[in-house]
Design a protein. Structure first.
Lengths: 183, 205
């Protein structure tokens, strides 16, 4: 590609010399520059656009709250409390009279996911409607980190939980976390 | 050599064409990972960056100027033409209102120096984040309102774009309380839907 033909027509009487060498153009500098630019562009580009997780929070303003007296069945109501050190405490039903008592677990596929799947199956048994499943109330304590919140929301998406919401933690629940040494 | 040169230039052209320059951020954060693969919309998203208990706000470029005008009017601040220009070119910022003039007087490289900007105050006594978000949303609404009046966009499109989308870009190690406070600020002004920016999870979760 980038060689110069320096053969020469050679017709001035002397005997034709064989082509001794075929000197190429020195590409080193050009390649150097090209790689320099590649490095620059590689480092400055953001190839992947950031992922985003849509989050809808329940409306807080009290005045336009529609009157809604629908009871949430206890069998389908799971509450997830997030404590310190990436630990989770969850229970099914109400705090005072839980169907499944507060259980400690961790994040990940061997931790909370198994519980959610088990509870989803339990919830499905207690409803006749096809589209009704588990309802999860996520309550992060002050000791939790933002990563925990994203992880648990991710867990909701993985397990296709029918309904979930982020709620404010109550004093009793904080006490419970303290009792278990998770706060 | 020739082959290497070819490859080098091929790669070079690829990167030149796909390049979108990374904007320098005053607060680089390490976002948590998730399995969600939805992409953030490219335009019309205001980003609130949270890290080290500090909050930064990135306004979409097309409404930066009008947002600053509105904030100036509300807080009784006057800005010069040069300051508006500088603000339009500032990607994200995080300084209290009384320091914003000083920030805009600096060179862009000085502005994004790590640790220079200390964040927008967002505590309940001096809650300037609310002001910024509110004015950015109103500025965004005004832009699309005008387009709707001129008939450039339909009412359906206005419904989608009229309200400025807000994304929260939090550091993975950030305390939940800080993020909660930001979420509360958004909810106080009836912004109940927003995005959480995450990275892609590649480990076995």
């Amino acid at each position: 590609m980038a060689e110069l033909n320096t053969g020469g027509g050679g017709g001035d009487g002397k005997k034709v010399r064989s082509k001794k060498s075929n000197p190429g153009v020195d590409l080193t500098a050009m390649v150097d520059l090209a790689f320099l630019l590649i490095t620059f562009f590689m480092l400055t580009t953001t190839l992947s656009k950031p992922q985003s997780m849509p989050l809808a929070m329940p409306d807080k303003s009290p005045k336009d709250q529609p009157k809604d007296d629908t009871k949430i069945p206890e069998e389908r109501m799971m509450t997830v409390l997030i404590g310190k050190d990436n630990k989770i405490l969850w229970y099914l039903g109400q705090l005072k009279t839980p169907i499944i008592a507060p259980t400690e677990t961790v994040f990940g596929k061997n931790g909370v996911r198994k519980d959610i799947l088990k509870n989803t199956a339990y919830a499905k048994k207690h409803t006749t409607k096809e589209d009704e499943g588990l309802i999860v109330n996520i309550k992060a304590s002050d000791a939790a980190s933002y990563k925990n919140l994203v992880d648990i929301l991710d867990e909701m998406a993985i397990n296709k939980v029918q309904l979930y919401a982020i709620g404010d933690i109550t004093k009793e629940e904080t006490d419970l976390l303290k009792e278990k040494g998770l706060y | 050599m020739t082959a290497m040169c070819d490859v080098a230039f091929l790669l070079l052209s690829f990167f030149v064409m796909t390049a979108t320059a990374k904007q320098p951020e005053p607060k680089p954060v390490d976002t948590p990972a998730s399995t969600v693969i939805d992409k953030l919309p490219e335009e019309g998203v205001g980003t609130i960056t949270v890290g080290d208990k500090q909050v930064f706000f990135t306004i979409p470029r097309n409404i930066r100027r009008s947002t600053l005008e509105r904030v100036g009017t509300e807080k009784g601040l006057k800005f010069t033409e040069g300051e508006y220009k500088a603000f339009e070119n500032t990607e994200g910022f995080g300084v209290p209102l009384n320091q914003i003039k000083g920030l805009l007087a600096l060179k862009p490289a000085q502005r994004t120096e790590p640790g220079f900007q200390k964040g927008i105050p967002y505590d309940s006594i001096n809650d300037q984040l609310t002001v910024w978000v509110k004015q950015a949303r109103e500025a965004n609404k005004a832009v699309y309102d005008a387009q709707l009046q001129e008939g450039k966009i339909t009412a359906e499109e206005f419904g989608k774009k009229g309200d400025l989308a807000i994304a929260i870009k939090g550091d993975a190690k950030e305390d939940f309380i800080t993020v909660k406070r930001v979420i509360d600020i958004l909810q106080e002004q009836k912004k109940n839907k927003f995005f959480l920016i995450t990275g892609l999870r590649n480990e076995d979760f």
